[in-house]
Design a protein around this ligand. Structure first.
Ligand code: FES
Length: 105
């Protein structure tokens, strides 16, 4: 028997660079690629807070922040709902045209 795994993907534009990211996989898994768009990563597990960026489009298609992410955002003074830890982002819904993320630098 032959099985095929089909990934649902989302177009994600980070600082103007386009990535195709599978639904359900944490962006931290792609940190080495996403770094090329100018997002800095440290721990990639939601603790250090260096990967904070602003989701300017498509926030509704991302999974809600976990308790760990919310705590780190709070600790680093990120107060806007659009401010998220890039490493913790997960595409949850595919009904957005695209997701656009910009870092503050
Ligand atoms: S890299 Fe540490 S919180 Fe994202």
């Amino acid at each position: 028997m032959l099985y095929f795994i089909i990934y649902v993907t989302m177009k994600v534009i980070i600082n103007g660079k386009t990535f195709i990211i599978p639904k359900g996989i944490r962006f931290g898994e792609f940190s080495h690629e996403i770094e090329k768009a100018g997002i800095e990563f440290g721990c990639t597990d939601g603790q250090c807070g260096v990967c904070i960026a602003r989701v300017v489009k498509g926030l509704e298609c991302l999974k809600e922040p976990s308790e760990v992410e919310e705590e780190t955002l709070w600790r680093t003074g990120a107060v806007d709902e659009e401010e998220r830890l890039t490493c913790q982002l997960i595409v949850e819904r595919e009904d957005c045209e695209e997701i656009v993320i910009e870092s503050e630098d």
